[in-house]
Design a protein around this ligand. Structure first.
Ligand SMILES: [Zn+2]
Ligand SMILES: [Zn+2]
Length: 112
C-alpha cells in the first residue's frame, strides 16, 4: 500500500493535560483535533454501533491518556475513563481535522 502524504502523520502532539491534539501530516498540513471531538467521534462499535454513519457521541471522558500507533495505518487512543477500543485510521483522522481550512472545505463539500 503506497502511503498517501495526506493520510500519513509525521508528528503527533498530545501533551499531557492538553485539550487539543495536533497532528502534522506528510503533506505539510497542520491538523487540529480538540480531544472532545476525537472522543465524540470514537470509531469503536461500542460508541458508533454498526451503522454506516458516524455521529458525535456526547458525554465521554475527553482526557487523552495515551496514543498508541497501530501498524502503520491507525492510532489507538486511550481516554481518561480507560476507554481504548477506538482505532482511528489515518484517513479517518484526516477527515476529522478541525482546522479552519478543513472546516471550510467540509462546509462546501456538503454532507448527507
Ligand atoms: Zn468508543
Ligand atoms: Zn485541517
Amino acid at each position: 500500500m503506497a502511503s498517501d502524504p495526506k493520510t500519513t502523520p509525521t508528528h503527533v502532539r498530545a501533551p499531557h493535560g492538553a485539550t487539543v491534539t495536533e497532528i502534522t501530516w506528510a503533506d505539510g498540513h497542520q491538523g487540529l483535533y480538540p480531544n472532545k471531538i476525537l472522543r465524540g467521534y470514537c470509531p469503536c462499535a461500542g460508541c458508533q454501533g454498526h451503522g454506516g454513519t458516524r455521529s458525535f457521541i456526547e458525554g465521554g471522558d475527553s482526557e487523552l491518556r495515551e496514543v498508541t500507533p497501530v501498524g502503520n495505518y491507525a492510532l489507538q487512543l486511550t481516554w481518561g475513563d480507560r476507554h481504548d477500543t477506538g482505532i482511528y485510521t489515518f484517513a479517518y483522522l484526516r477527515s476529522l481535522c478541525q482546522c479552519q481550512e478543513c472546516q471550510a472545505t467540509q462546509a462546501t463539500a456538503g454532507t448527507k
